[in-house]
Design a protein around this ligand. Structure first.
Ligand SMILES: NC(=O)c1ccc[n+]([C@@H]2O[C@H](COP(=O)([O-])OP(=O)(O)OC[C@H]3O[C@@H](n4cnc5c(N)ncnc54)[C@H](OP(=O)(O)O)[C@@H]3O)[C@@H](O)[C@H]2O)c1
Length: 251
């Protein structure tokens, strides 16, 4: 735990699901965490209270990552509270929201991911790591069919991954590395519930292919491990679950 003393992580979209569990894992390692949320202040505050009562250091900041002004405010609040950042976990994701227009998925899953990295660059300390959290359906988009409802998300998250990989040289110049963590479907998440509603049988079909779907804690544990691995070269991809995808791709 001592190795991480003084280290600071920002997890975007961490009021719930994988993001919240990732924050728990980082704080357990002695890392101070920034919980970013868009809407769910009460959930973010409950998570912060839980972790503070166990001795953790947590800051909650509302910011819609698609809004540059709010991302700049997020950077400034982190700077004031902690003075720097060591881990930037790009977890916030979406595109299936009822009110999303046809450009929203790309604005959130590609443009905002790059903009968050660029806005946080002045805070990110050399030796730090950026982790992009994605799904197999996005990472392998184009190589396997995805449910229609998820298509804009898969396409835009894959575009976001590519855009971030193009920034590897700029990140390396700042002493930073990028890791991509891609996972199979995760049980009991909002995304999977929406997919199941749009296309009943989605989970059963994955269970037939993969044996079982992931759980939030096991995926979050992989995200934390990816962030904390000091040796992984920039551009490393960590795959979690979905052995059939990997077999198909010869990985
Ligand atoms: N669910 C799966 O099956 C699955 C599988 C593999 C990989 N993943 C990846 O794991 C990550 C987390 O997935 P999840 O299922 O836990 O997601 P989720 O439950 O849908 O949560 C998404 C989070 O992102 C936040 N968010 C959405 N739009 C935002 C915006 N514009 N600005 C700031 N925050 C925003 C939400 O905040 P609010 O609640 O405040 O709106 C929420 O906290 C994603 O990157 C996803 O691609 C998920």
């Amino acid at each position: 735990m001592d190795d991480h003393a003084g280290k600071v992580a920002l997890v975007t979209g961490s009021s719930r699901g994988v993001g919240a569990e990732t924050v728990r894992g980082l704080v357990r390692q002695g890392i101070a965490a920034v919980v970013n949320y868009r809407d769910k202040a009460s959930r973010a505050n409950a998570l912060a209270d839980e972790l503070r009562s166990a001795g953790g250091r947590v800051l909650t900041v509302q910011a819609d990552v698609t809004d540059p002004t709010s991302v700049e405010r997020l950077r400034d609040e982190i700077g004031q509270e902690f003075g720097g950042l060591d881990f930037l976990i790009l977890n916030a994701s979406g595109g299936m929201e009822r009110d999303a227009d046809e450009t929203y998925a790309m604005r959130l899953n590609r443009d905002a991911q790059v903009a968050v990295v660029e806005t946080m660059l002045p805070l990110l300390r050399p030796g730090g790591r950026v982790v992009f959290v994605t799904s197999h359906q996005a990472h392998f988009f184009g190589q396997r069919a995805v449910p229609d409802a998820y298509r804009p998300v898969a396409e835009s998250k894959q575009a976001g991954e590519h855009a971030l990989r193009e920034r590897i040289p700029a990140l390396e110049a700042a002493g930073l590395r990028l890791t991509v963590v891609s996972g199979d479907l995760i049980a009991d998440t909002i995304t999977v519930k929406m997919l199941e509603r749009a296309q009943p049988g989605t989970v059963a079909a994955r269970e037939a292919g993969a044996g079982r779907v992931l759980t939030v804690p096991e995926f979050a544990e992989a995200v934390v491990a990816a962030a904390l691995d000091p040796a992984a070269p920039s551009g490393t991809t960590i795959f979690v679950g979905g052995a059939d995808y990997l077999h198909e791709q010869g990985i």
